[in-house]
Design a protein around this ligand. Sequence first.
Ligand code: GLU
Length: 321
Amino acid sequence: MNKKLATSVLALGTMIGSGAMAQETFISIGTGGVTGVYYPAGGAICRLVNRDRAEHGIRCGVESTGGSIFNLNAIRSGELEFGVAQSDWQYHAFNGTSRFEEDGAFEGLRAMFSLHPEPFTVVARADSGITSFDDLEGMRVNIGNPGSGQRGTMDVVMDAMGWTTDTFSQATELPPAEQSLALCDNNVDAIVYTVGHPSGAIQEATTACDTVLVNVDNDAIRALVDDRDYYRMATIPGGMYRGTDEDVTTFGVGATFVSSDAVSEEVAYQVARAIFENLDQFTSLHPALENLDPTEMASDGLSAPLHDGAERYFREAGLID
Ligand code: GLU
């Protein structure tokens, strides 16, 4: 993927250099694994942006990546113009806290809009005997690939629980697109994914073998949620996935769409406009996007300042004062 990104940056340089197509601007959106929601959501954003290319000259491409933390770092280094990131990691990147302490605050980070809710989702093999989050002790658990939002959030949760990787009989770091198969092949007992619902990955894990979604609700989790604005308790409705008929209680974050102040006001304006002017179409492109509300999207879960271009559009559209 890095190679591909490098090529598109190069191509952009050549075009600007030659002046032949000075009107064309490339933008890349960093997403997540292909069976998650970020990837199709990024695809939906690009589809709407590219539809008006004749007017604005923006060519939008979508990249499958390691997830939130990868995307935030790639936007900071200028490898990506836009990305999807969990609201907790947007907060930490902007403030230079938690995992971002070493790199310091990413002051140029800009919020575009928020997307769907993402419950912290734990799926266990039905034959593992796991019925709650606390039962993961001593089990084979996929804690997620470094760079993903779920891995970052799992690390925070493990700290809060007083757990380390030694708490599990085995801790694996598979990316989301591989973990459902690992679960059904009986290579792990449980998987963790911070993801919108319904998602392809969880559908795969719950239909390919017998599994259950488990509650993630205990004193440590309640204390985390009480202390931090970017966490809230969340419910995954019973009946959404095979094997889980009751509502599942967990905590969650929100998916957000972010960029940086290195991206021009005009480009960010055109991206915001393409989505909000076609919101019905956008929300029909994936079931996890179904309940998005434009006013909430323009304000919820955004801890970095709004990008100037998004702000201009939201004012014009009357979504913010
Ligand atoms: N929340 C996950 C992450 O930040 C990605 C979920 C998805 O791809 O839908 O890495």
